[in-house]
Design a protein around this ligand. Structure first.
Ligand SMILES: Cc1cc2nc3c(=O)[nH]c(=O)nc-3n(C[C@H](O)[C@H](O)[C@H](O)COP(=O)(O)OP(=O)(O)OC[C@H]3O[C@@H](n4cnc5c(N)ncnc54)[C@H](O)[C@@H]3O)c2cc1C
Length: 524
């Protein structure tokens, strides 16, 4: 197979190394406006000798017109991009189809903007806790600056910065809605692409809008509205106290919005240990002034009051200028043409896959990322992309991470970082477990973040094996504690061995030393 590589002066002809960075992006951006057919436009300009700084290596006439690919990837979110990149690096001819922005939900409307909105409050809280930093108790965030920084992080919803990565790998990008018109055949607008070896569905998910009376009569916000809003609403109702609802409630409250959060379950973050949700609820109430209502349901919604009024099941009503719906995700499988390939999604619209991400066990159709519903996180989507690429490139491997309990972080303050099984999940799985718990801020290293960061660190220990099957860390910036727990769970490292993994002094990683000491003491 002949591949085409565009390169800038300095390209290593001898080694054929394509990893030249940074790419000469200015020419590229000139040539490829977002939402245009990027690669084809570039190709035409280079062939016409117009693109400054680009050279042409090899190309056959057939290649410019042939729409047959080894693999077609539908959706250029994190999962799709990684799959396409790995296959292209492995020598495959790859097309990727994207109807919106390359980078997907995560880059522009989910992970990245939400973290950009949350981070300033963390910094302010830490600065307030540490004497000597000249931040008074009445210091407030500057909302305009926070929103401007958020816009930088999401590149003003412009994906041109992502395109060179595809180009360097010779991946053809097709802009538009992709849909199957037959096995291995994908239509994008009036073009038809053919995959000779694999089609990979990575179309992600969007906000689930529940059938609440009146909800469609008000202009309810979804995650896209809530992560890209250009002004700070005076008040907001947040429906749903999972990670998305909790994070966005905190983010907007930190900027001055009066937030009411309504969660139907008994506590926030229902998939995590109950104490985690309780700590987050307490912080939202106490530090961010959020009116958190757990165990209640919004029954109906109508326009009125400050903007929207929501009637609650337990009686009474709450109102807000905006209402944000964060009650779950709906996979993007509608309109994918699944009928044409004889595939039926499950009752919620997800594509069921096996541990190699094959749909229906067929070797030519895969689904990765949110659309398969196994664990809706960017890191899991990228992991699944690796699984698919390895299998397609002849290195068979099966996914095991989701079965053990994928790592997950809710970036509120306190942060909630968890991996593996909760106590309840372990018990339901029939594992005889005991708990090891210490305060997260109990190590000398923690004192540098200031007094009163609080939090709890819990290990769920398999009594028979003396290994960890679950871990949860709450407190200030606990996310980075997680990888050690992930490795310990995956490798089933017994306590006696783990005791030799020495944490440096004085770091907050010594929470592990505290946990091991407690674990040892309990083991007698
Ligand atoms: C507010 C919020 C915060 C989050 N924060 C985190 C976090 O901190 N960490 C984390 O791990 N996860 C987080 N997530 C989850 C994370 O965003 C998703 O798990 C991740 O984006 C899934 O990646 P994906 O590639 O499967 O799908 P997506 O990112 O949804 O990308 C799918 C792409 O496919 C495109 N597409 C859909 N249908 C078609 C079609 N027919 N043809 C062509 N293109 C199509 C879409 O336009 C989209 O670009 C968050 C989610 C939300 C809502």
């Amino acid at each position: 197979m002949v591949r085409t590589y565009w390169f800038v002066p300095g390209f290593n002809e001898a080694s054929g190394n394509l990893d030249l960075q940074p790419f000469a992006r200015i020419d590229h951006v000139e040539a490829c406006r977002p939402r245009a057919r990027c690669i084809c436009k570039c190709t035409r300009r280079v062939l016409a000798g117009q693109a400054r700084g680009y050279g042409r290596r090899t190309m056959t006439a057939a290649e410019t017109t042939d729409k047959t690919y080894d693999a077609i990837v539908l959706g250029a979110g994190p999962a799709g991009e990684v799959a396409a990149g790995r296959l292209a690096d492995g020598g495959w001819k790859v097309a990727i189809v994207e109807r919106d922005l390359v980078g997907g939900e995560c880059s522009y409307y989910a992970c990245m903007p939400s973290k950009a909105l949350l981070r300033p409050a963390d910094v302010l809280a830490e600065a307030r806790r540490v004497p000597g930093v000249p931040v008074g108790a009445d210091a407030r965030l500057d909302p305009a600056a926070v929103l401007a920084r958020r816009d930088q992080v999401i590149h003003g919803e412009d994906d041109s910065g992502q395109l060179p990565w595809l180009e360097e790998r010779g991946i053809d990008l097709f802009r538009g809605e992709g849909r199957f018109v037959g096995p291995g055949r994908v239509a994008v607008g009036d073009e038809e692409l053919t995959s000779s070896r694999a089609a990979i569905v990575a179309t992600g998910s969007g906000a689930l809008m529940p059938p609440i009376d009146g909800l469609d009569s008000v202009r309810a916000w979804n995650n896209r509205d809530a992560t890209t809003a250009k002004r700070v609403p005076a008040s907001m109702i947040v429906l749903g106290g999972g990670p998305v609802g909790s994070e966005l409630a905190q983010a907007w409250a930190s900027l001055g919005t009066k937030v009411t959060l309504v969660e139907g379950g008994p506590h926030l973050l229902g998939r995590d240990e109950p104490f985690a949700g309780e700590e987050v609820a307490a912080a939202l109430r106490g530090r961010f002034g959020v009116d958190v209502r757990v165990g209640d349901l919004v029954e109906s919604v109508r326009a009125g009051g400050a903007g929207v009024i929501a009637e609650l099941k337990d009686g009474g009503a709450v109102e807000g200028e905006e209402i944000l719906v964060a009650v779950g995700r709906k996979p993007h499988t509608d309109g994918l043409g699944l009928d044409a390939i004889g595939v039926e999604p499950d009752e919620h619209g997800f594509l069921t896959v096996d541990d190699r991400m094959r749909v229906g066990g067929a070797a030519a159709l895969y689904a990765i990322g949110d659309v398969n519903g196994r664990a809706l996180f960017t890191h899991v989507g990228k992991y699944q992309a690796w699984i698919v690429a390895e299998n397609l490139l002849g290195r068979p491997v099966e996914a095991i991470a989701e079965g053990l309990g994928s790592p997950r972080v809710t970036f509120t303050d306190p942060q909630v970082a968890a991996v593996g099984k909760t106590l309840q999940q372990a018990e339901e799985a029939g594992i005889d477990v005991h708990l090891v718990e210490v305060p997260t801020d109990g190590s000398p290293g923690a004192s540098f973040q200031g007094k009163g960061t609080g939090g709890r660190s819990r290990l769920v220990v398999d009594r028979a094996k003396d290994t960890i099957v679950g871990a949860t860390f709450t407190g200030f910036e606990t996310a980075d504690f997680l990888q050690a727990a992930t490795i310990a769970i995956l490798a089933e490292v017994p306590r006696a061995r783990l005791r030799h993994a020495v944490a440096p002094y004085p770091t907050r990683s010594e929470v592990w030393l505290k946990l091991l000491e407690k674990w040892e003491a309990g083991a007698g």
